[in-house]
Every structure is written in C-alpha cells, then in structure tokens.
Design a protein around this ligand. Structure first.
Ligand code: G3H
Ligand code: 13P
Ligand code: NA
Ligand code: ZN
Length: 328
C-alpha cells in the first residue's frame, strides 16, 4: 500500500534502521526492488528522478509504481520524487500521485548555480507548505554534494555543477542545518559529507578526511528528530566492476561508499540511503556476461532476466545490511 515517507522514516528511527531508496526507470528495476522487499520483508522507497520521468514518460512511471502497489498490497511503499529542481516540479509530482518529494534547493532552478542559503530556504519552505497540506512528505538538501578529494561538485540528474568549491560548501554545517529545518519544516534532510552521484566517487577506499561520517554525528546531535538522507550512497562493488571489465566494459579504478560506513551513519540518524549506481552496475555486469556467454540469444527477455536477478540481489543485500528485514 502507498504510505507517506514520514511514516516509514519515523518507524525506521524508532527501530534504529535505515531504508535504501532505490532509483527506478523501468519495469525490471521496479520488479527487482519489489521482489527483494518481498523476500526480506522490507519496506520500499521507489524514487524517480527527472531523468527517469523523461526516459519512461510520466504515465509509465506512475503506472509502473501503481502496478507494484497492486501486485504487492501488503508491502508499505513510498513513491518519491528525487531531486526536484523547483517548486513546480514538486507540485507536478504531487499531482501525479507521489507521496513524497525532494526539493533540492542546493542549486538554483537552472540546476547549475550554487544557490544562496536564502534561496534554498525560500523554495524549500514553499514546497513544505504545499506538500504538507496534502499529506506529502518533503526532503530538502543543505550543502552541495561533491568530492573532498577534488573539491568539485557533481553533476546530478544530468544537470548540476562541477564548480570548484570550498570544504565549507561541501560539508553541511550543523548550526545552519538546525536553522534550515526550523525555517522550512521539512521532514527529512539530505546532507553533504563528501559523497557524489555516479560510479566515480573516490580514487581510493575512503577514509574520514574524504567521507565525513563524523559530520553526520554532529548534525544528528544538533537535530536529533530530523531524519537524515545520504545521497550518492552506492558502494560500487569491486566484484561488479571486475565482471564489467572482464566482458568488455571500460570502468576505471574507483571506490564507492563502504557499507560499514553507512551502517555507522544509520546509528546516527541516517534513515534514507539513496542508491542508483549499484543497480546500474549490477544490471550492466549481468547483461554483458549473459550476452558474451550466449551470443546466439536475441530475445530481450532472456538478457533482461539475469539483469533483473542481479538488481534484485543487490537490493536484497542492502535491505539486509541496513536492518530492514521484517520491518515492512
Ligand atoms: O540523482 C541522481 C540519480 O542517480 C538519478 O540519476 O538523473 O540519471 O536518473 P538520473
Ligand atoms: P548513487 O549514484 O551513489 O547511486 O546515488 C544515487 C542518488 O543519490 C540518487 O539521488
Ligand atoms: Na543536490
Ligand atoms: Zn541524489
């Protein structure tokens, strides 16, 4: 059944676990997440980016998720809009039936310019007011995602900035976070701690200087009742990179966010963990391997099946690692 994100995150906080929020764009990804949730007894957050709505078309995204609700009526499910660029996008998602929206005011509506604090407060507050009226949950973002190795921002949703930033801009300030939540009345806060979107997050296994889990602890201490959200939280498994390379893919050396760091973050207020890239890697590895080993096959279902299985496996793993088993 469709539930509000607030309800799921409150339950997660009360019971000390975190919920992976998986990005979906097509049928097989939705099926993979739902089967993983069914097998582990986990609650579900399906999130669609602007890119996903453009790829599938809004009616398809809407009805794919509604089909999931119809087929799995006993699984609590949140339909979340990822990275809304402005209040109109969020209103559009609400009209479409989303039960949760993210207003990402860390960048201006052009999706490139780093926004002023005042701008971020203004647009996020606007969305919280219109969303809360209809029972929709709101996630805001404070601080800019980007690398503490290169000091550059990341291009999320195909937009975003790769501008050079200061450490200050790349790490959410706990005092400002408290003011932001108070002024905007958001339900969940996405924080910047050195993660970025995509496969290329770190040039080495991250340590505290480039992945600031300690900053999460400081923010949580200051605003203990605000649910924290980690973006750019794929772990980029080396085994998947190896399969992709083995079957002709070109992936450079790279490292993601280690699962044990996310588990530590869950102990300090992180309730929603955004994952897209790991599903992409899992599906790509499976398809490359299958087609290389079965060059005579051409029925799309035959190669989509192992892709869907691989996506399901990574989703199940994250549900278990983040403590979701039996919580759905
Ligand atoms: O925000 C980033 C997510 O990974 C979505 O990516 O915009 O390519 O769908 P996308
Ligand atoms: P990854 O690219 O690390 O999977 O992050 C996804 C994300 O944050 C979507 O909002
Ligand atoms: Na952002
Ligand atoms: Zn994100």
């Amino acid at each position: 059944a469709l539930v509000s994100m607030r309800e799921l995150l409150d339950h997660a906080a009360l019971n000390g676990y975190g919920i992976p929020a998986f990005n979906v764009n097509n049928l097989e990804q939705v099926q993979a997440v739902m089967e993983a949730a069914k097998e582990t007894g986990a609650p579900v957050i399906l999130q669609a980016s602007a890119g996903a709505r453009k790829y599938a078309g809004e009616p398809f995204i809407k009805h794919l998720i509604q089909a999931a609700i119809e087929m799995y009526p006993n699984i609590p499910l949140v339909m979340h809009q990822d990275h809304g660029q402005n209040p109109d996008v969020c209103q559009g998602a609400i009209n479409l039936g989303f039960s949760s929206v993210m207003m990402d005011g860390s960048l201006e509506a052009d999706g490139k310019t780093i926004a002023s604090y005042e701008y971020n407060v203004d647009v996020t507050k606007k969305v919280a007011q219109l969303a809360h009226k209809v029972g929709v949950t709101v996630e805001g973002e404070l601080g800019c995602l980007g690398s503490l190795e290169t000091m550059k921002g990341d291009k999320e949703d195909g937009h975003g900035t790769d501008a050079t930033m200061t450490r200050e801009q790349l790490l959410t300030d706990p005092e400002q976070a408290a003011d932001f939540v108070k002024q905007t009345q958001i339900d969940a806060l996405a924080i910047a701690i050195g993660t970025s979107h995509g496969a290329y997050k770190f040039t080495r296994k991250p340590t505290g200087d480039i992945l600031a889990i300690d900053r999460i602890k400081e923010i949580h201490k200051r605003i203990p009742s605000t649910h924290l959200v980690m973006h750019g939280s794929s772990s980029v498994p080396q085994e998947l990179l190896a399969i992709i390379r083995q079957y002709g893919g070109n992936m450079k050396e790279t490292y993601g966010v280690p699962v044990e760091e996310i588990q530590e973050a869950i102990k300090h207020g992180v309730r929603k963990i955004n994952i897209d890239t790991d599903i992409r890697l899992a599906m790509t590895a499976a398809v490359r391997k299958f087609l290389a080993e079965n060059p005579e096959k051409f029925d799309a279902r035959e190669w989509l099946k192992p892709a869907r299985e691989a996506a399901k496996a990574i989703c199940k793993q994250r549900y278990i690692e983040f403590g979701c088993e039996g919580q759905g």
